[in-house]
Design a binder for this molecule. Sequence first.
Ligand SMILES: *[C@@H]1O[C@H](CO)[C@@H](O)[C@H](O)[C@H]1NC(C)=O
Ligand SMILES: *[C@@H]1O[C@H](CO)[C@@H](O)[C@H](O)[C@H]1NC(C)=O
Ligand SMILES: *[C@@H]1O[C@H](CO)[C@@H](O)[C@H](O)[C@H]1NC(C)=O
Length: 470
Amino acid sequence: MWSYIALLFALTAVAEATEPAKHVVCYQGTWSVYRPKEGKFGVEDIDPFLCTHLVYAFLGIQESGDLRVIDPYLDLEDNGGLGNIQKFNALKLKNPTLKTLLAVGGWNEGSKRFSIVANDPEKRSRFVEQVVQFLQRHGFDGLDLDWEYPGQRHNLTGNNDRENYITFLKELRAGLNPFGYILSAAVGSAEFSASISYDIPTISQYLDIINVMAYDLHGPWDESVAINAPLYAGANDTTERAQQLNVDAVIRYWLDAGAPPEKLLLGVPFYGRTFTLASAEGHMPGADHIGRGIAGPYSREPGVLGYNELCELFQREQWTTGWEAVQQVPFAYKDRQWLGYENTNSLVLKAQYAMEHKLGGIMIWSLESDDFHGSCGGESYPLLRNINRVLFGRDNPTGLAAEVQPAATPRSRVGVEDYCHDTDGYVRDSHNCSKFYYCSAGSTFQFACPTGLSFDYNTNSCNYVDLVKC
Ligand SMILES: *[C@@H]1O[C@H](CO)[C@@H](O)[C@H](O)[C@H]1NC(C)=O
Ligand SMILES: *[C@@H]1O[C@H](CO)[C@@H](O)[C@H](O)[C@H]1NC(C)=O
Ligand SMILES: *[C@@H]1O[C@H](CO)[C@@H](O)[C@H](O)[C@H]1NC(C)=O
């Protein structure tokens, strides 16, 4: 095992490389903790070393500008709640380089309340204030604004969402800056939609990270079967609109419109979309369908299959798989069920595309849909690890691994008192629970936990004071 000192040295060396560091921004749909059986996904299922940023999805917004905790029992520790947010942010004690973001919004939150708040200076400032307080109280590193989408999906015809979104971001930036918080946003992708919502050069000034949701480009709302997130346009994409519905067109649009590549993250789906075919004979892309296809046993939404669900399905049942060579994505079918999806091959190609275009990295929706148990016969988190291999040349961003030392600042070697007594491993200070020592081959290294934390023998890491027997 590496010593902590050698490790820090290596980390510094990585940080000093000239290229801007790539990001892997991973959303967790926190409601996935309610999924049945092997699909249940809680904070304990997150590997804190596989992403550079973890995003807690979602909190909501009220018309007053207040934040809305959607599931207080899950999210908070008050009144006997499960304290999921606290556990989520405690993952940073295991991986000291990890950043956590709070996502506000999402598809189900709709657009109307964002529009109302963004249109009113007092409501905007209330929102900014509430966000800062929430980030501080819960130990997040920033906000991810998920308004889907400015100027769309509501009927407040008097509001200038496109302009107000700029003002909203500008004021959020000003409110977050004193604390060094990150400001990111999830944005609609295709030109015909994004051009309604965003003044791209201006919003780019205020955002650290732009998560382009380059998925849901095709689905059962289309006339014929097509694949969720094709990398390139297909042979039959002849209309102007059809030619915008692929990853390459999306990224070229955002770059041409003035988004700085290093801020732009290519969002990729860890799920596929299913259709019910009109006839079992027509099973190639472009075939007729009659609507959504099957649901998965965990996500339980007709028309959607997470990668973990579809790879388990392929093991149980005989599906025929194919590769759309022009669009560079896989599809599969069985009888009258049809699926356009992603696998390690298509995601590696997308990650390579992000590298070739010098983008800031990859965003993934979402962790709970990877094969996080490794139940399909290979490693755990195969999709995420393969993306990391392209971006970092290894299966995790830092080279740190789960068994390494806790997040703490190493001090000097200890001279005064010998805590190690010929043993190796961690020893807590007998007078002060936030101090501890790491003993290795006769050397003693002294550490201090971040303020407000104590060393926890149960996890061999720093933890919240009220969770540690001291
Ligand atoms: C907006 O109004 C139109 C016409 O009245 C209606 O068809 C549509 O469903 C409305 N959209 C929303 C999001 O309320
Ligand atoms: C394009 O259309 C042809 C003829 O209908 C069809 O056979 C083919 O599968 C379609 N390809 C795609 C990618 O949709
Ligand atoms: C315990 O150690 C920490 C880190 O050195 C220090 O900040 C803190 O004041 C100490 N607490 C007590 C009660 O001495």
